[in-house]
Design a protein around this ligand. Sequence first.
Ligand code: THU
Length: 141
Amino acid sequence: MQRWEGLIEQAESARKKAYAPYSGFCVGAALLAASGRIYTGCNVENAAFSPSVCAERTAFVKAVSEGERDFEAIAIVGGNSTETPDSVCPPCGVCRQVMAEFCDPESFVVCLKDGADIKTCLLKELLPMSFGGKESFGRNE
Ligand code: THU
């Protein structure tokens, strides 16, 4: 998984910025756009809980607001803030739906840090039979 090591490292670095005083669970994400640019994100929690945003969506909103629409891969690293994560942090359902909005389920790669290893899967494996999405929903753009 040599290919994704750099992206995982950027997710690990983004994780250091996580604002997670309520859950204590810190997540970092690094999103690779087709342009070659990488957009990072961390989770940002809120005392009212529901306004909290996951790391993955932070990265997507940053990227799309900079004009990006095509994406190749995302790396995600998460775990209890006091520890170096030793197991995978799979994206939540809402983040999977956001990925489906912009990414090709057949080719978008999700990279997860699993201890010393990196696990990869395709979006179609994480969100089969999804609603909408770039490839399956008629849109004007
Ligand atoms: N979290 C993420 O940032 N990404 C995920 O895919 C799973 C969960 C965050 C949300 C919340 O701040 C904390 O982890 C605990 O759920």
